[in-house]
Design a protein around this ligand. Structure first.
Ligand code: HEC
Length: 292
């Protein structure tokens, strides 16, 4: 008579299967707090225990029919812990008499073929693989499980939502707290190309608006160059309405102004000026001495 697997092994397998199936079909990990999930778990455990109890009854009945020697052997085997026996069974070799029983009758050249049973662990893995494949395919075709596009969409939405949240909670820089950062130059160049290039020309060389690469400035309301540019773009020029108040008018945000100010600082301080000889506009205003 065979030893049966203990009930906790069945319960552990059921729990694993339930987790996998819920994870695939429900998708959200919130199922762990759902009463349906725990309801299924409790019902499955009760069923497993009933199944095991019925198994006990059958086992008792069969036990009575055994001879005394078989009974003793069975009780002896039962003392070996389940996992130890399982491990040992993976390496069990048949005896010479057992080998005779499974010998297939077409040996050749002294080589014999045995009709061995497949190892249990191998069969177990095989059946698990087959069942898992079916469950996986059903969930793939009937739910959103493991679809790259769906996952991408969900992640994309989460990312944009978190960016929107960040922007909402981060007030745009003002002239008081804006800071120069080389990281903003590239973004500032884009703002410049869209909003400023029509008057200030490519690279800030100057046209309708003054040359922004030289050291001559008409307007010098602030002490540092970066803040001076911020001020001009925020408030516009008091003398010439052509240079509109991009910030006050709501055309550009504080972030845009911080970026474009970094760009102007960069072309003014970190690059050689575009002189008249190189196609730049002639200096306008008075030479500036900016504080650091
Ligand atoms: C419609 C044309 C026009 C556009 C567009 C324009 N500006 Fe101007 N800008 C001018 C003019 C004209 C002046 C000179 C104002 C004055 O004389 O006070 C000026 C002045 C400035 C000054 C001060 C220069 C100085 O010497 O005082 C800065 C800085 C400046 N602009 C930056 C920008 C930026 C950055 C943008 C884009 C966001 C921009 N401008 C878009 C026409 C323009």
């Amino acid at each position: 008579m065979k030893q049966r697997s203990p009930v906790y092994v069945s319960i552990a397998s059921i729990l694993t299967i339930l987790l996998v199936v819920y994870y695939m079909f429900v998708q959200e990990s919130t199922f762990l707090s759902s009463p349906y999930f725990w309801g299924t778990v409790v019902i499955s455990i009760i069923l497993a225990m009933i199944h095991h109890a019925i198994g006990d009854l059958i086992e008792n009945d069969q036990f009575k029919k055994l001879t005394d020697a078989e009974k003793a052997q069975y009780l002896e085997d039962k003392k070996i812990p389940y996992f130890k026996a399982l491990y040992a069974s993976a390496f069990k070799k048949q005896s010479a008499t057992e080998e005779k029983d499974i010998l297939i009758d077409h040996g050749f050249d002294g080589i014999m073929e045995l009709d061995n049973q497949l190892p249990k662990w191998w069969l177990g893995l095989f059946y698990f693989g087959v069942v898992y494949c079916v469950v996986y395919m059903i969930s793939y075709f009937t739910t959103d499980f493991a679809h790259q596009y769906v996952e991408y969409d969900a992640e994309y939405k989460a990312q944009t939502a978190s960016i929107a949240e960040y922007v909402k909670n981060t007030p745009p820089p003002t002239i008081d707290d804006a800071v120069y950062s080389p990281d903003n130059i590239a973004a500032g160049e884009e703002v410049f190309k869209t909003n400023c290039v029509s008057c200030h020309n490519a690279g800030g060389a100057g046209g309708i608006g003054p040359n922004l690469t030289d050291n001559a400035w008409i307007n010098q309301p602030e002490k540092t160059l970066f803040k001076n540019v911020f001020n001009m773009v925020e408030n516009g020029s008091p003398n010439n309405p052509a240079m509109q108040a991009f910030g006050k008018n709501g055309v550009l945000t504080g972030f845009d102004i911080q970026d474009v100010s970094a760009y102007i600082y960069h072309i003014n301080q970190e690059q050689p000026p575009i002189t008249v000889a190189n196609g730049g506009a002639a200096p306008q205003g008075t030479p500036a001495t900016w504080e650091k």
